[in-house]
Design a protein around this ligand. Sequence first.
Ligand code: C2E
Ligand code: CA
Ligand code: CA
Length: 403
Amino acid sequence: MDNQKQMRVLVLDDDSFMLEFITHLLKELGVSEVLVAENGRSGLYVLAGQVADIDLLICDIEMPGMDGIEFLRNIADQNYRGKIALFSGVNADLLKAAERLAMARGLNIIGTLSKPVTMGAIAAMLEQISLSVPQVLDSDKTLQVLDVADIEHALASDHFGIYYQPKVSAVTGHVMGVECLTRWWHAQYGYVLPDNFISIAEQTGLINDFTRHVLRKSAEQLHVWLQQSLDLRISVNVSMENLDRFNLPELYEETIKKCGVPVERVTLEITESKLGKDFAQTLDILTRIRLKGFGLAIDDFGTGYSSMETLKHMPFTELKVDRLFAHGASNDLATRAILESSIKLGRSLNLNVVVEGIETEADYRLATELGCDEIQGYFIAKPMPADEFIEWLIAYEAMLDDF
Ligand code: C2E
Ligand code: CA
Ligand code: CA
């Protein structure tokens, strides 16, 4: 537990005995600093007063006055990015609902603890944090340090790399294609994930140059693979902010054709975030993107506005069920019900249904049984650089052949 010595934990509970008890457990486990707060308001106060990061926030969801849910809403509004564990004596379903709610607000929930809390449960949680401390830059720190000039520089100096995550057929198991996910190799911070820079690019208009850059690099890679007789397709993420110009279909078509690959092998994934006043323009652009031959996926289906209304109006060819409805579906009835009905819906609309975020064999089996077309997730493989992907592909297809 040596690496946990420098950890700072904040515990929120209205029960002073519980505070003392958990503080004791944490100290026993080697945590260097434990801060406590007896209600939501003082929790906010303690958080606001911190100059250094809190490594873990343990939050009771039942408290008088400002309850845990309200407290979490407040910190979500403030874009709190630290790790949070929820705990409560309420029944497991309610605790799960609170967890989902917090995740839906973008909070980084790493788990739940039921009362009575045991040393083992807390130790497991701390273990998880110390294991998950990555070489990846924390998003809260990144947001403060990365800006438009950094992104411009990275684009000009070719510091964005593409990682490829396989999508496999739910029927045959064979690799159908890859989703192209961007990574930033930053001289100072190392490996930076997209959640830390996409929104900056979107807010500043740089997203147009950025997306074309990613599209070009991904299509160049596809060209190499096709030359090697690998029957692959690529999926590239496109932001709603990209749909601000009517000639977008022509620009993307030109980018793809210059790389010498058929447009039909490229799917653009779109997360609907603001269906509304630009509806006609969005529909115009997406329809013409389809006319050019691109595939068009509705991404993160089931979350936000990526929902029925969007599906009804826009000319999609693929539906990607959000991982929120795939992860853990095999042991959660509500998740399973949503997964099942999303797959049915997609299939009845003749869409290619992809389930993403599959991390376990049980969820993989369930998704195939429920009749989706393709599966993507850590259970198959994580996103990888091109050379690693090819090594993986050869080994994976050889393993399939052995069956
Ligand atoms: P997304 O389009 O939903 O992409 C899937 C994300 O889920 C990826 O995160 C991927 O690494 C992760 N993932 C895949 N399988 C699993 C799994 O089994 N479990 C879990 N927990 N996660 C899994 P990543 O690469 O960090 O990207 C995050 C988001 O950033 C993407 O979500 C996409 O919306 C956006 N993004 C990434 N690259 C680009 C890009 O080039 N352009 C734009 N506009 N957005 C991008
Ligand atoms: Ca995507
Ligand atoms: Ca997605």
